[in-house]
Design a protein around this ligand. Structure first.
Ligand code: PLP
Length: 352
């Protein structure tokens, strides 16, 4: 369908704070499906559970929604280079859009804590990749400092165009489901996305397209849960590298989304995250990355705690594609059956 290739800017141009003269560039981002859960939602007693498949964006994560708008604004401003700090997906997205639209792209990543697929994406699209000895928070500080003195456009989610583009996912959910859900669950790292969704849902409600506002349910990894603890975390640790962040840039946006929506931001441990990831893959046919599964893990925790009632209509945002980070799941998989190349051996092997 032509609508998929239309992209976020053309589809929502009248609702984005972007100069009308900015170029309508696209890689076909947005318009991702909202797929109903057949197994997990019913087993939790929910009235409905949908997964928003953001891993189907062009570079495999929701970052493309905001990146396309940030890059359009950079082009309009006459910029010739973009830069970001990244836990992986921002760098993949910046590199792809930068490469396609003729901008030099520089990405700064925490050494040793980037999923292999994401780092390959940044490199294959032609970005200059710099790794530092330190976590994302330090990389962002270094990049912001550089931007103060060099003519290069920062495309982290502190760039307001990123949040503008990302809010379109909330518009799409209302479009697809006919109303806002009662609960929207998503992972929270640097907290740009929870800020963006909350803005998007409020705009839908204000304009009469949604009859209600969802409660926002944020999932942080227990080793990287500054918003749950109420203070920054110096050395954040989690297998979910996309949310391995100790001092979120959009801290206040996340707190506002939580409090104004009467929602929650809770932590879930790595075992719960990986277990949720495995079940989404096994029973729903969707391979998301570990961070994405924090959305389901936190929803399950809230149902178990009684904070979310059975009979609720919920959506989990599956923020990124599991193919980016096969190493995170490999150890938990059952072994491959190795047999000689003959039909009898095959029959014996699959009997059990
Ligand atoms: C960036 C990212 C997140 C975290 O989003 P924030 O806006 O930083 O809170 C979660 N999951 C995936 C897959 C991501 O790429």
């Amino acid at each position: 369908m032509a609508i998929r290739a239309e992209g976020v800017i053309a589809r929502w141009s009248d609702r984005l704070a972007l100069e009308p003269s900015a170029p309508h560039i696209t890689l076909g981002e947005g318009n991702t499906p909202c797929v109903e859960s057949l197994t997990i939602g019913p087993s939790l007693g929910l009235a409905s559970l949908h997964f928003k498949l953001e891993g189907l964006n062009p570079t495999g994560s929701f970052k493309d929604r905001g990146m396309v708008v940030a890059v359009a604004a950079a082009l309009q401003a006459g910029s010739s280079a973009i830069i970001c700090a990244s836990t992986g997906n921002t760098s993949a997205s910046a590199a792809a859009y930068g490469g396609r639209f003729g901008l030099r792209t520089i990405v700064v990543v925490p050494r040793g804590h980037i999923a292999s697929g994401k780092l390959i994406q940044a490199r294959v699209h032609g970005a200059t990749v710099v790794s530092i000895d330190g976590a994302f928070d330090l990389a962002l500080r270094v990049v912001r400092e550089l931007c103060a003195h060099h003519p290069v456009t920062l495309v982290n989610s502190v760039n307001p165009y990123r949040i503008e583009g990302q809010k379109t996912a909330a518009f799409e959910i209302v479009d697809e489901l006919g109303d806002a859900p009662e609960v929207l669950a998503l992972p929270v790292g640097n907290a740009g996305n929870i800020t963006a969704y909350w803005r998007g849902f409020r705009e839908e409600h204000r304009d009469g397209r949604a009859t209600r506002l969802p409660r926002m349910l944020g999932g942080q990894a227990s080793g990287a849960a500054p918003l749950v603890l109420g203070h920054p975390v110096d050395n954040p640790q989690t297998v979910a590298t996309a949310i391995r962040i100790g001092n979120p840039a959009s801290w206040q946006g996340a707190i506002d989304a939580r409090d104004q929506s009467e929602g929650l931001i809770e932590s879930v441990d790595d075992a719960a995250i990986l277990d949720a990831q495995r079940r989404i893959a096994r029973f729903e046919g969707i391979f998301c990355e570990p961070a994405s599964a924090a959305s389901l893990a936190v929803l399950e925790r809230a149902v178990a705690d009684g904070a979310v009632a059975p009979g609720t209509h919920a959506v989990c945002v599956l923020t990124g594609n599991g193919l980016k980070d096969p190493g995170a799941v490999e150890a938990s998989l059952s072994p491959i059956l190795e047999i000689p190349a003959d039909a009898d051996a095959l029959a014996r092997a699959i009997e059990a």
